[in-house]
Design a protein around this ligand. Structure first.
Ligand SMILES: [Zn+2]
Length: 195
């Protein structure tokens, strides 16, 4: 961030009085520009033992597969955001949303919330951001063509839970270790148990 969105003056980094970390501060109008994590909301649309994936028509990861997900809008509930993203990217309507997995992705300041959801019908079609949209059985999932780690982790956990017959809510961390890009995926259920 370089310029104040309030008055246009150049910003600098400083620790405001009473704060404990650097913020973008405007000397001209006194505005402190706080930056906080963004919420990404999405779902696993289910239909007769299959899940709906979208092949991305946009960068990053153009041509790879993902679940419907995107940034939550202001004034929108989490469930409404998941429904909207599914409609926009997959032309699909979902119901029976159940909160399922939350991920901290601290190195890019994102929080993911993924619902499980039922597909209302099979009348779906690729939206503007998708090349194609398709239902996959577990055996058909293109594991080496999944766009993001958070998505492959979501799918792995989902199929694991499905074999066990229960889908407990869980929070996981996705990050890089010492900048080497290694995946640290830890999913802890509410009982503290590792899956
Ligand atoms: Zn200003």
């Amino acid at each position: 961030m370089r310029f104040c969105s309030n008055c246009g003056h150049r910003l600098h980094l400083a620790i405001p009085p009473g704060d404990d970390r650097s913020r973008f501060v405007c000397d001209a109008c006194g505005t402190v520009h706080y930056q906080n994590p963004r919420v990404v909301v999405g779902c696993i649309p289910e239909h007769e033992r299959r899940v709906l994936l979208c092949r991305r028509a946009i960068e990053p990861r153009h041509g790879l597969w993902t679940l419907p997900a995107g940034y939550l809008e202001n004034g929108e509930t989490l469930a409404a955001g998941a429904e909207r993203e599914t409609r926009e990217e997959a032309g699909a309507r979902i119901g029976e949303l159940a909160p399922y997995l939350m991920f901290n992705i601290c190195h890019i300041s994102q929080i993911y919330l993924m619902f499980r959801a039922g597909l209302m019908d099979v009348d779906f079609a690729a939206g503007r951001e998708s090349l194609e949209v398709k239902l996959f059985t577990e055996e058909e999932i293109p594991w080496n063509q999944i766009a993001f780690r958070v998505i492959s982790e979501t799918l792995k956990t989902y199929f694991h839970d499905r074999r066990r017959g229960s889908f407990p809510f869980a929070i996981g961390d996705i990050g890089t270790a010492a900048g080497d890009g290694r995946f640290i995926g830890a999913i802890a259920g509410l009982d503290g148990g590792k899956r």
